[in-house]
Design a binder for this molecule. Sequence first.
Ligand code: ALG
Ligand code: ZN
Ligand code: ZN
Length: 326
Amino acid sequence: MTGNETPRGPVDSSRIPRYAGPATFARLPRLDEVGRADVAVVGVPFDSGVSYRPGARFGGNAIREASRLLRPYNPAQDASPFALTQVADGGDIAVNPFNINEAVETVEAAADDLIGTGARLMTLGGDHTIALPLLRSVAKKHGPVALLHFDAHLDTWDTYFGAEYTHGTPFRRAVEEGILDTSALSHVGIRGPLYGKQDLTDDEKMGFGIVTSADVYRRGADEVADQLRQRIGDRPLYISIDIDCLDPAHAPGTGTPEAGGMTSRELLEILRGLASCNLVSADVVEVAPAYDHAEITSVAASHTAYELTTIMSRQIAAAREENEGK
Ligand SMILES: N=C(N)NCCCC(=O)O
Ligand SMILES: [Zn+2]
Ligand SMILES: [Zn+2]
């Protein structure tokens, strides 16, 4: 979109009931209805990389369903993200559930196509395996990116059953491939049992800093966000959010739940504290609706994606204004 066109926004929920019609994220138009988008919301229905409970292949559509209740003005960031820029739902990247390597390639190619149109991606998983091809694609455009990873788990393990591409290994692969800026890597929300102390040593060697869920509780969201912002600076930033960063009370619908997690309020507040970062793309993964109750998890995920979308939309609009002023 150039600055002259008016973005097409969501369906007006005061005229057409929220629950009517097929779900797109936040009732936004489909990408094929608007031609191109500044922010494309895409689903990746893939969960063949999980080590425990399956079902995240249904996450994207559950998030879309829960997102029917979102409204167009975001008071926490004082912005109307869908009016500032064109945000559209790009549908799903259809991947092979029987061949993980092929699925990883398909996600990368589809992300390349979308990013090639100038769009930033808000991806709805799917299991965490998909972060690797998404990071590859983002790094082709921006070079190695800063990574902010919200999760109960490190996801820097080496292999499971000899498999390199799983939901517990994407960030080790990404470091090995040189697609991350190792001076700005952070995990937030980490907790729970590990295989051994070596997991932490390995993770630190890769360059990661850890903010545990207890750190978030003790120090508070604002202080954590300040510290993360300082570490990230103005580097291109990718944010990957495994919904199991939240306590199972806030996100029961996920495959590898761990007690003692963050609240959804803490997560949303930390994200809002990062609004000035140069967020180039993001994902929300690991929503497995079969274990959910009353959409607790998919509502949390839809609000999380809404905050991320708002951050991207505001930055695109600000950059456009600056360009036009020149
Ligand atoms: N990425 C997620 N959600 N979980 C990774 C857990 C890996 C394990 O089973 O040890
Ligand atoms: Zn996890
Ligand atoms: Zn994960």
